[in-house]
Write a protein that binds this ligand. Sequence first.
Ligand SMILES: Nc1ncnc2c1ncn2[C@@H]1O[C@H](COP(=O)(O)OP(=O)(O)OP(=O)(O)O)[C@@H](O)[C@H]1O
Ligand SMILES: Nc1ncnc2c1ncn2[C@@H]1O[C@H](COP(=O)(O)OP(=O)(O)OP(=O)(O)O)[C@@H](O)[C@H]1O
Ligand SMILES: [Mg+2]
Ligand SMILES: [Mg+2]
Lengths: 253, 253
Amino acid sequence: MGRVTACTNQKGGVGKTTTVINLGACLAQAGFRTLIIDLDPQGNATSGLGIDRRTLRTSIYDALVDRHPIEDIAVGTQIPGLDIVPSVAALSGAEIELVPLPGRERRLSASLAGVAGQYDRILIDCPPSLGLLTINALTAADGVLIPIQTEYYAMEGLSQLVNTIRLVRNALNPRLEIEGVVLTMFDGRTRLSAQVAAEVRRHLNGTVFETVVPRNVRLSEAPSHGQPVAVYAPDSTGATAYRNLAVEVAARG
Amino acid sequence: MGRVTACTNQKGGVGKTTTVINLGACLAQAGFRTLIIDLDPQGNATSGLGIDRRTLRTSIYDALVDRHPIEDIAVGTQIPGLDIVPSVAALSGAEIELVPLPGRERRLSASLAGVAGQYDRILIDCPPSLGLLTINALTAADGVLIPIQTEYYAMEGLSQLVNTIRLVRNALNPRLEIEGVVLTMFDGRTRLSAQVAAEVRRHLNGTVFETVVPRNVRLSEAPSHGQPVAVYAPDSTGATAYRNLAVEVAARG
Ligand SMILES: Nc1ncnc2c1ncn2[C@@H]1O[C@H](COP(=O)(O)OP(=O)(O)OP(=O)(O)O)[C@@H](O)[C@H]1O
Ligand SMILES: Nc1ncnc2c1ncn2[C@@H]1O[C@H](COP(=O)(O)OP(=O)(O)OP(=O)(O)O)[C@@H](O)[C@H]1O
Ligand SMILES: [Mg+2]
Ligand SMILES: [Mg+2]
């Protein structure tokens, strides 16, 4: 049974999509059959892997709202062993459309039950909010991966996120645990990055991964080529960081 | 009557809060009586202006859900002429609590009607989504200010945002217009920033402000001191950019 990891943080722009794409690619290259679920209506994980959203006939929207089987929606990527269930803009209506449906929090976990045997790892890219899409991801997940940008606002929403995880664990998914926190966009030239990193480790000691992802322009260029950084710039500091993170994640998983 | 501007973009981490705080401070220093509305449950605009959220008895939540008068909630900041209606974590429940209420999209515009005469400019900081909180902001606003980060994913959600603005204009608020687009976190050392800036100007020609906000570490340090950059580092490139932006915004307003 594949391990399901939800990558979430309601703070925007902290590196959720970048982490899912690049960790997913590294896990696939290490031999884990990996599936990415793009649960963000913006579809950045879909386009960041080079998939043209206008060509898609089905997406995660169909699985959530019409219970369309996931294996009919998943598509391959240019990385052998890495598939993705893409997202389209229509997904932004799903938050309101799901509200009256039975088992609205469990729609994703029901969908994934059908494919869990075909993958070793499933990574879910969440939108920057704690709404029904993210609740679906937390209900379907074994663990939560929390990217935290090493900037001042990083700690602000953390207690709300940890609270939400606890609520989901108590009411919907007893196996849910925090898999780990990954520090992102670390800039060694500024005092701010080091200060925030130290504070995050103090607050969350033990759950923070050793690997720290540096700020690296190759990571922000890679999606414009539709490639993970492991393909676009394999020798960059960004690619090295995600390879190291994949080793740590696999060891904990 | 004060002009109301909603600062929004569902893409996360593009500089919405940084723009509202620093544009607000510069407008106040230029003599405009300015009110900031923090409509994000994370409350980054509140803490970025040095306000301790734990000490607050009322917040924007009370105005939206219980119709509490805005003038009783607004608090002063250390910038003369700049007030803020703060936000607390409870606001994240408002999206669901507002759904059954009458006129759920107009709760903010009803609240602001009471104070519009006391301020020249009202700036609304939105969360990174197109949910009911952002719809309330668009329904209450005269214009929309759209920060766009000069990174690859910047253009992805733009058509969805423009669509939502059109829907709100047709169904809820006929006066709503796009006030302008501001390019943020521009890094002159990378080709990517210049490429994205050129593409945004091509797509949205005429609405993009001349002022481009550079990536500047002083902007990310200022909130940890609870100050706008105009106070924290008045000679920085970040402070200069927001002063110039305030001149352009005032001229269009
Ligand atoms: N380590 C890094 N170094 C440099 N740029 C990065 C890094 N990680 C992410 N980026 C860039 O920063 C921006 C934000 O990252 P990303 O989109 O992955 O964040 P997110 O949390 O998924 O955002 P959202 O909240 O909108 O979903 C993107 O333009 C991305 O390319
Ligand atoms: N021009 C800039 N130069 C350097 N850092 C910046 C700049 N603008 C914003 N930042 C920093 O980048 C991060 C994201 O900015 P900000 O929080 O203002 O974005 P946002 O769009 O409000 O995010 P959210 O989607 O979570 O509401 C913050 O840590 C902020 O301090
Ligand atoms: Mg994302
Ligand atoms: Mg913000």
